[in-house]
Write a protein that binds this ligand. Structure first.
Ligand code: FE2
Length: 458
């Protein structure tokens, strides 16, 4: 059971008011629909009376919505940051065997209810004497939904399968990989005595939450038909065809509107021709959309994964003039532009010489190496501090300024942190929509506190 949480109750009250507004129910109409005594709806929506599960069920029965639409998120990082100590991670340790042999030791690291991360520290228990992907000692999984960013420590062998293609990539400390959902993979160690573990930072991103629930209702057939190709050449024509269908256009009408010939738009929708910049401008104009809506995603994945070895990774100082950090770019993919994986060496040894880092992304961090680091952050108009030790991990909420200082570490050795930043559901489409709202809309969007019209008439 959860402790009483006034903020949760307030958010539930706001969602109830917002739903009633959407359905154009004033208090009297809502009370009639929900079987409530007169005056009760105002008490519920101003937070005087808690929204009960029974009320949610009733609302889901009589109104065209689901219980989930009226349920707020639980906030487990009310001060912007949630820290998980190495000891807590250790306490979550469990060993999983595959085919009767102990294969992995798993430990949880920092997670939050407001982000889709499921980051695990995983130690490889199976040693191998070769780099053969078909080695029978390699126990494969069936793949999983979540995207996986993996950071390697020690002599770890990484195995991945994509269709008929299997591969083994020998990894060392600082190497990383980013992988697509449901691709089978495995990990072993090349040494029985050296530490060999990974930070397996899985996250659902755009795939979990509402999209998954919507497609589960629509069914497998609709889901299959909703697929857009991932490859650049096939994606652009598929996007164009989707808009032509959505707008109920003929190719003749599209040609007429865009000033292109029928043969040209046919070739573009068939994928026989890739659109030029000029074509894209004309098509966007003709369809009444933005050019970006016609652009294919880009990917650098090969066999479902993008590998980045530490030796060839890009490194830079930040800020350029008086560096507080040295960043290393880790594995990622252009198809996930809102994911950033970084290794950070903390060069600053005082707050004065450090630099604040703020992003729209959710941030996961893990203290690598053997040096402690001090995390400072600002939330609710206050500055907070957490001294993090090796093996500690933390979650930092979006838009929370954070700063790292090497504190208590050996002067010769910088503290090292792994950062994985991901987007939540507040994607550019949503953020542009926030910018498009009429004045005062934003405050009501996150906390609807009133009927959509004034009962006194103005
Ligand atoms: Fe995995």
């Amino acid at each position: 059971m959860f402790h009483p949480d006034p903020d949760f109750d307030r958010r539930a009250a706001a969602l109830l008011r917002a739903a009633a507004n959407d359905l154009k129910r004033d208090d009297t109409a809502a009370e009639r629909d929900l079987g409530l005594a007169p005056g009760t709806f105002a008490e519920l929506t101003c937070g005087e009376r808690p929204v009960s599960w029974d009320l949610l069920s009733r609302a889901a029965r009589v109104w065209p919505l689901s219980e989930r639409d009226l349920l707020p998120l639980r906030d487990d990082a009310p001060r912007g940051v949630r820290v998980m100590r190495a000891e807590e991670s250790f306490a979550s340790s469990r060993t999983l065997s595959r085919g009767g042999v102990d294969y992995y030791e798993y430990r949880d690291t920092a997670m939050s209810r407001i982000a889709s991360y499921r980051p695990e520290w995983i130690r490889m228990l199976q040693p191998v004497g070769d780099n053969d992907p078909l080695n029978p000692e390699v126990r494969w999984n069936r793949g999983h939904l979540l995207y996986q960013f993996t950071y390697f420590v020690g002599p770890v062998n990484y195995y991945h399968r994509w269709g008929d293609h299997v591969a083994c990539v020998p990894m060392s400390t600082g190497d990383s990989v980013w992988g697509l959902p449901f691709a089978p993979h495995s990990f072993t160690t090349r040494s029985a005595d050296e530490p060999a573990y990974i930070l397996a930072l899985t996250y659902g991103g755009e795939l979990v939450g509402d999209a998954q629930r919507e497609l589960a209702v629509l069914g497998a057939d609709a889901a299959r038909k909703s697929v857009l190709p991932f490859t650049e050449d096939a994606a652009a024509p598929a996007l164009l065809r989707a808009f032509v269908l959505a707008r109920a256009l003929t190719l003749e009408e599209l040609a007429d509107r865009s000033g292109l010939t029928v043969a040209h738009v046919t070739a573009l929708t068939d994928g026989e021709r890739q659109p030029t910049e000029g074509d894209l401008g004309r098509l966007a104009e003709a369809l009444g959309i933005s050019i970006r809506d016609l652009l294919a995603p880009r990917t650098t994945t090969d066999g479902g994964v993008a590998v980045r070895h530490a030796a060839s990774a890009r490194r830079w100082h930040y800020p350029a003039d008086s560096p507080a950090y040295r960043f290393t770019e880790l594995a990622g993919d252009p198809s996930h532009p809102h994911t950033s994986a970084l290794e950070v060496e903390v060069l600053a040894d005082s707050v004065a010489s450090a630099s604040w880092l703020t992003t729209y992304q959710h941030t996961y961090l893990y203290v690598l190496g053997d040096q402690p680091v001090r995390l400072l952050w600002e939330a609710g108009g206050e500055r907070h501090i957490a001294d993090l030790r090796p093996g500690d991990s933390a979650y930092v909420a979006p838009q929370v300024p954070a700063l790292f200082v090497s504190e208590g570490s050996e002067p010769t050795e910088a503290a090292r942190i792994l950062l994985l930043r991901i987007a939540g559901t507040v994607r550019p489409e949503v953020r542009h929509a926030l910018g498009a709202m009429a004045e005062d809309g934003l405050q009501r969007y996150i906390n609807e506190d009133r009927l959509w019209y004034a009962t006194e008439g103005h």
